[in-house]
Design a protein around this ligand. Structure first.
Ligand code: LLP
Length: 479
């Protein structure tokens, strides 16, 4: 079930509410419109995928969308938070995330706390990521008990300093750069060996020794990787899972009791609305789960076989293998952003006018690259449609959909087949929930737009005020 649907009479609905009706009630400017139930459904899809993986953690990547109301909702649904700055940490705390709430350590029980056991997600873990974390932010993270992903030698030094200042040992994961090509736009690829993120395997020993050298400041709790974003091939996650389990083995072989396998975020969505079958959260988790099991079974098989003679049946054998798998006792962490929030939202715009220059037709709208920069920055495709029916005889043409900003890079869509819209017609850019508002700017003094959501009962609530000219002037008060 998806939140935005066209009715047979050609009107766009968000859940059961007509988008046109919403446009008539709110301020006359571009706005973001979310479906709260869709956010819930997206989290449920991840929870279902993780069923049976007790202590697994959905760490929502706040960078995708930092609306406070949305964060509070995600927290209530059971998500943890993945942060990339001190301010994101402060916001997570403000939204009620509790970084100290986490699963029991693996030493408690082999059978009740492993990758295959249990179901309910009860943890809220916060994880601090980034290749350039500054000391001040790391100190706050240390004070709050946030897990920190170590990205480099200098990062490790800073984390040690932060632990000393905070007087608290910091739980760290090593962010491994696994050199797996995510096959995405180069700007959103992070797991290749030449990227600025993470630790290459030839340096792993240095980091393990450095952790050992700081027993009072650092506790190594796991390994992390994040390959990139908009990934649409599930094999890529499988390859990464295989490599990461090997790293975990290597790290454990040196006596570290690591509990967490963090496979990052990056699952893509169907921006083209092509109906193409893309991997779902379940495909992603099943792939990782399957790889873990196959690998672990491969490792444990010789032991299991040696007991084979004593087993009455195949299911006894499986039970033992399962036991052995459970004894690995890893808590799986995932860090989705886009796949939780992108498809829950549209940027709603109004058509200012239509014009033609040379061979190009343009629909000019009031929204722009300032509110939604992904097409300009990554040449990203986001689906565009009108919110209301056009007369049956309306001419269909190929248009570039552009904003009013003084740049030729200011486009929301290129070469779209659309009926020629009248002035004032509503036009939406779909899948605007992730990396749109959070990347919005005030370029050309187009102040950041308001945000609304449709609630379960169909009511429409403002969840962020639109910024105003007065907000801009306030930065100069008293100067
Ligand atoms: N974890 C880490 C360490 C990350 O760097 C990211 C995203 C995520 C998780 C969440 O990834 P997701 O599930 O959302 O793909 N502005 C770009 C996307 C940049 C992604 C940055 N890192 C865009 O609009 O496509």
């Amino acid at each position: 079930q998806h939140c935005f649907t066209k009715s047979p009479d050609g009107f766009l609905y968000c859940e059961d509410t007509k988008v046109q009706d919403i446009m008539e009630k709110v301020e006359k400017r571009p706005f973001y419109l979310y479906s709260k139930p869709q956010i819930t459904r997206n989290v449920e899809a991840y929870k279902e995928a993780l069923e049976g993986l007790k202590n697994s953690i959905i760490g929502y990547a706040i960078k995708a969308n930092n609306n406070l109301k949305i964060l509070q909702h995600l927290r209530k649904l059971g998500c943890g938070a993945v942060l990339v700055s001190g301010n994101e940490l402060k916001l997570a705390l403000h939204a009620g995330f509790d970084p100290t709430k986490r699963p029991p350590s693996s030493s408690h029980s082999v059978c009740s706390s492993g990758l295959l056991a249990g179901s309910e997600i009860k943890v809220r873990l916060c994880i601090f990521n980034g290749n350039g974390k500054i000391l001040e932010d790391l100190i706050l993270a240390a004070q709050e008990g946030v897990f920190v992903n170590v990205d480099s030698e200098f990062d490790l030094e800073n984390i040690v300093t932060a632990a000393k200042v905070a007087g608290r040992k910091v739980n760290v994961l090593l962010r491994i750069n696994p050199d797996v090509d995510p096959q995405v736009h180069p700007y959103v690829a992070t797991g290749n060996k030449n990227s600025k993120f993470g630790i290459r395997n030839e340096k792993l020993q240095w980091f393990l020794d450095a952790v050992k050298a700081h027993p009072n400041e650092l506790k190594l709790v796991g390994a992390h990787c994040h390959l990139g974003s908009t990934i649409t091939k599930v094999d890529i996650f499988r390859d990464a899972a295989v490599l990461m389990v090997n790293y975990i083995d290597e790290i454990r072989a040196q006596g570290f009791e690591v509990d967490y396998l963090n496979i990052g975020g990056g699952l893509g969505i169907d921006y083209y609305h092509s109906g193409a079958v893309l991997p779902t959260p379940r495909d992603l988790i099943d792939t990782v789960r399957l790889r873990l099991q196959i690998l672990l079974i491969a490792v444990t098989m010789p032991v299991a076989y040696s007991y084979m003679n004593y087993f009455a049946s195949w299911s006894d054998f499986q039970a033992v293998v399962r036991e052995l798998v459970l004894s690995r006792n890893l808590n799986l962490v995932i860090e989705p952003g886009r796949s939780l929030i992108a498809n829950t939202c549209c940027l709603v715009n109004r058509v200012t006018g239509v014009k033609t220059n040379g061979t190009k037709n343009f629909i000019v709208i009031d929204g722009s690259m300032a509110e939604l920069i992904r097409p300009s920055l990554y040449d990203a495709y986001q689906h565009i449609e009108l919110v209301s029916p056009t007369p049956p005889d309306a001419e269909v043409s190929t248009f570039d959909v552009v904003g009013p900003v003084c740049e030729s890079a200011d486009f929301l869509g290129k070469e779209r087949e659309l009926p020629t819209p009248a002035k004032g017609t509503g036009l939406v850019v779909h899948d605007a929930g992730a990396y749109c508002m959070s990347m919005a700017s005030t370029y050309n003094l187009k102040m950041r737009p308001p945000e609304y959501w449709v609630e379960e009962d169909g009511s429409v609530t403002r969840i962020r005020h639109g910024e105003t000219f007065e907000d801009h002037i306030r930065f100069f008060e008293g100067l």
